[in-house]
Design a protein around this ligand. Structure first.
Ligand code: COA
Length: 187
């Protein structure tokens, strides 16, 4: 568990002390609450954020990894990571990776920061934490999808060492860049 001091929030009260820790199945309601809040803020046709169903988030909490930033018991940011991504939709397939590499692919599923806490580099911090989990688990590649219109998220992925590989239709026909960061040198 780690503490992080947030220098500013849009609510004005600062400094704010956040606890950064792994999430468990008990945190599912907080994750769904924050996801709902983000969705309510978006315009109905905004393609930048695609929600994850409750049962899929629960499966991630039980079988994979999620990192949360909490102000007291309130979740203000989180990231979910499939590690390894054993799903039929493993993004390594979209990049035509050889079958032998797919068991070494981790997928960053969701990263979200509550509006009032944006501008503190929390997405990049969560990506760094996810990368260290993926490395500890022996992953060779970490992949993610980002909407081309989601410039903030895209900038944060690129600043974190990810590269854009292809643009594809994903999630009910939405445009998505598929990004990858290789964690080991190619043989
Ligand atoms: C993308 C996201 C996680 C980035 O949050 P973050 O880590 O706090 O962003 P940063 O710290 O890099 O912010 C950098 C700047 O962009 C601004 N910013 C961040 N997200 C913004 C947004 N969605 N709209 C407008 N400005 C935004 C910040 O206020 C900050 O501005 P400043 O430097 O003038 O203060 C956050 O916007 C978010 O949760 N969006 C909704 C969910 C989403 O799109 N997830 C990613 C899917 S791939």
């Amino acid at each position: 568990m780690k503490k992080q001091v947030i220098k500013r929030t849009r609510q004005g009260a600062y400094p704010v002390f956040l606890t950064i820790r792994m999430c468990h199945s008990d945190d599912i309601d907080e994750i769904m609450r924050l996801q709902e809040k983000l969705l309510e803020e978006l315009q109905p046709d905004d393609p930048s954020f695609y929600p994850t169903a409750r049962q899929d988030n629960l499966a991630i909490l039980n079988e994979h990894a999620a990192i949360g930033c909490f102000e007291n018991s309130t979740l203000v940011a989180y990231l979910t990571l499939l590690c390894p991504d054993r799903s039929a939709d493993c993004l390594g397939k979209d990049l035509s990776m050889p079958a032998s590499e797919l068991p070494y692919c981790a997928t960053l599923d969701t990263v979200a920061v509550e509006r009032a806490f944006r501008g503190n580099g929390l997405q990049r911090m969560l990506i760094r934490q996810a990368e260290s989990i993926a490395r500890r688990k022996g992953m060779r590649h970490i992949l993610a999808t980002v909407s081309p219109v989601n410039t903030r998220s895209l900038q944060n992925f690129l600043a974190s060492g990810f590269s854009i590989y292809i643009l594809k239709k994903k999630y009910n026909n939405l445009d998505r860049f598929i990004l990858c960061k290789h964690l080991v040198e190619a043989d």
